[in-house]
Design a protein around this ligand. Sequence first.
Ligand SMILES: NC(=O)c1ccc[n+]([C@@H]2O[C@H](COP(=O)([O-])OP(=O)(O)OC[C@H]3O[C@@H](n4cnc5c(N)ncnc54)[C@H](O)[C@@H]3O)[C@@H](O)[C@H]2O)c1
Length: 255
Amino acid sequence: MNVLSAFKLDGKTAIVTGGGQGLGRELALGLAEAGSDVVVVQRRIDLAEETAQDIQKLGKKSLALKVDVGQPENVEGMVKQTLDKFGKIDILVNNAGVSGWIPAEDLTLEEWNRVLTTNLTGIFLNCKYVGQQMIKQKSGNIINISSISAFIANHPQEQSHYNASKGGVNTFTKCLAYEWAKHNIRVNAIAPGFVGTPMLKEAGEEMLNIWATLNVQKRIGDPAELKGVVVFLASDAASYITGHILVADGGYLIW
Ligand SMILES: NC(=O)c1ccc[n+]([C@@H]2O[C@H](COP(=O)([O-])OP(=O)(O)OC[C@H]3O[C@@H](n4cnc5c(N)ncnc54)[C@H](O)[C@@H]3O)[C@@H](O)[C@H]2O)c1
């Protein structure tokens, strides 16, 4: 097979959670540009619909769904509605995530649960219900969005609950890669560094400059720079890769 054709996703059906804005929106568009139909899942349906319309302009089918990834009945409904429209699920990108800064000694159980429920329990639920379908299909491809925060204590901001959630994502990814290899399902994660999404920009110019300085490329990434990474992992070009955490961080972690 010609190597470039291995990157093509024509005829595939993908689900991208949190696909209405930020990184998820770019990942959804990237998968569609590579040929996939894409279900855009989001708590805010208006944002999901905007991305879905842009995917349709690319000549691909799309469906916008209002889903809270931390709610099992929402996730089961997402699987059902996707199967009703597309009949299969080839690719799942678990991107929805939330963050927050608070010193550990002041962290309430409520705030801990808010972050863990979306970032880790949400990934468990999506993998479980989509995974059951992929097992029936005897094929599938899951990509979890982790973070460089899974590997380090960030500074200067204090965000132990966020980092713990992403550390859990990495370990869960490897366990599923082991358990589901026998079903022809690959499970990988992407660990982005700082990329300029609405979540990141909320931090303000001063923090963005600090993070850019800590990065060997001396810049914040553009969310669109992750499109190629997700297409690679979702495609046959990555057929011998599973259980891998692919860091895309402009070199943040190397020093
Ligand atoms: N921006 C960065 O620098 C960066 C770095 C590393 C990892 N990440 C990760 O990338 C992912 C996307 O982050 P982003 O920067 O685009 O953030 P963002 O806030 O701009 O977008 C996150 C999206 O997820 C959605 N979402 C949140 N909770 C949800 C839920 N329970 N159910 C459904 N949708 C939900 C939000 O509505 C939003 O559309 C997150 O998992 C984040 O942790 C981001």
